[in-house]
Write a protein that binds this ligand. Structure first.
Ligand code: TRP
Length: 460
């Protein structure tokens, strides 16, 4: 570590951090790649007409997602603090730290319902392995899913198991927990998805699914589809919540942040496309409607696997993939809360992890119970699960992303940005002008439009 010390204050604090470049990519890509890629991306693509939606999504990722991610990394690495502490340290005595607080709140909301869906996925690994899903017809498969998620005890048990795994990894810290597990789980995930892709693409009739994904039909695209694409770019890349600020704070001062942000963005996008390639060829090969919505992976996919030889194995692999992807994302959400408790409230990591995990799990119980009749109180016409999902995705994440780009664009400006981006002049940065334009104008404007639409003030 001594070779770091000459350059700046790096590592002298004894703060836990990522140990290798591959670890940084695995952890950040692990955060980005999650239920958003494998559960949500295929169904929203299906509901919004396929390839034209994907093109718009790719534009959103490049023009808005990338600058927001890079901004988060830069803020975190410069400050070497959690999301709230970063703003307090970099701009003391200003209200910018409220951006961190919104992220803190969003972490509670997102992980509470995320843990529930991840629990469903874990249960499906078990059901697929024991053969309970085999031989069900589509109607029975739908009834099975509906019966399970509206139940009281079973979904809560699976959610608790998932949250315990999440807490276990976070408790071990950055190097020995998050980095170590991401380095093991991410390559495994890549391998599983490639196996599933090969299976799907070699089905007779798979071509129609590939065409659905890659042959653009712009007539199927609506204005609201454009906004869904932008909102999803945020969710999928883990932006607007301070996740990447927190992870950025563990990145070495030697790392090329532009390159890291680029690699993570590309990895997230490639995995979303590979998930689409595993799912749509199969959907079309078996003549199933692509627009099934949120139940696509829990009802449609097991149905499809049931129609294939060796279906049990493919189903099991698929839900292992989904659960692993969810796990490396959930740890990044929990870490936002734990890093705050450890650094600002001065709790031990042990205590902070337990308090954060238990309280989020308890809120998650309410999300799970709100799917059935145990807790069916509606808030603004939404059940508790949807309230957590809607408020975080449509209000907190866009606002967080907006303030983060405005902070880099207007408070930092090109000079500070260049210093951070170039590692104090060591790297040459050719894209500073473009980045500043995106952070100052284009990204904030586009985010503001999604936000106003999301809360219903502007409607398309
Ligand atoms: N990106 C993850 C997914 O696609 C979810 C996630 C992790 C997330 N951290 C986040 C979403 C922070 C929003 C903000 O499933």
């Amino acid at each position: 570590m001594s070779d770091f010390d000459s350059k700046s204050q790096v590592q002298t604090s004894g703060r836990d951090s990522f140990a290798s470049s591959f670890g940084v990519i695995a952890a950040a890509a692990g955060s980005a790649i999650g239920l958003g890629n494998i559960w949500k991306f295929p169904y929203i693509t299906g509901m919004n007409g396929g390839s034209a939606f994907i093109i718009v999504y790719l534009v959103c990722i490049a023009v808005i997602g990338f600058p927001v991610m890079l901004s988060e990394f830069m803020i975190g690495r410069k400050a070497e603090r959690n999301a709230i502490g970063s703003f307090k340290k970099l701009s003391p005595g200003t209200p910018w730290f409220l951006t961190g607080w919104m992220g803190f709140l969003a972490a509670f909301m997102i992980l509470s319902f995320y843990g529930v869906v991840a629990g469903w996925s874990l249960n499906y690994v078990f059901q697929a392995m024991t053969g309970s899903l085999s031989g069900l017809n589509p109607q029975q498969m739908g009834d099975f899913f509906g019966g399970f998620i509206t139940g009281t005890i079973s979904p809560i048990i699976w959610q608790t198991i998932f949250m315990a795994l999440t807490g276990y990894i976070v408790y071990a810290g950055i190097k020995n927990g998050i980095e170590k597990w991401s380095k093991i789980l991410m390559p495994l995930l890549l391998l599983l998805i490639i196996v599933l892709d090969v299976r799907a693409l070699t089905l007779p009739g798979a071509g129609a699914g590939v065409e659905f994904l890659f042959k653009p039909d712009f007539s199927a695209l609506t204005a609201s589809g454009v906004l869904v694409a932008l909102g999803h770019a945020f969710f999928s890349l883990s932006l607007g919540m301070g996740t990447m600020i927190t992870y950025g704070s563990y990145i070495s001062k030697k790392e090329n942040l532009g390159k890291v942000a680029m690699q993570v963005t590309i990895a997230d996008t490639v995995i979303a496309l590979l998930a689409g390639l595993a799912i749509f060829p199969a959907v079309f090969a078996f003549g199933i409607e692509p627009g099934a919505g949120p139940s696509l992976v829990f009802i449609t996919i097991p149905n499809i696997f049931n129609m294939m030889p060796g279906g049990m194995i493919w189903s099991t692999l698929f839900f292992v993939l989904l659960s692993l992807a969810a796990l490396t994302s959930a740890i990044s959400i929990l870490e936002v809360v734990v890093a705050y408790l450890v650094e600002e409230v001065k709790m031990s990591r042990h205590k902070g992890t337990i308090i954060a995990t238990v309280s989020i799990t308890l809120i998650g119980y309410l999300c799970s119970l709100s799917m059935g009749s145990t807790f069916d109180t509606l808030f603004f016409g939404k059940n508790f699960f949807d309230l957590m999902d809607w408020t975080s995705a449509n209000v907190l994440l866009p606002l967080g992303g907006l303030f983060i780009t405005l902070y880099v664009g207007w408070v930092w400006g090109p000079k500070t940005t260049l210093t951070e981006l170039s590692n104090n002049g060591e790297l040459s940065i050719s894209y500073l002008g473009v980045l500043m334009f995106l952070c100052k104008f284009l990204a904030p404007l586009a985010i503001a439009i999604v936000f106003l639409n999301g809360i219903g003030i502007l409607s398309f």
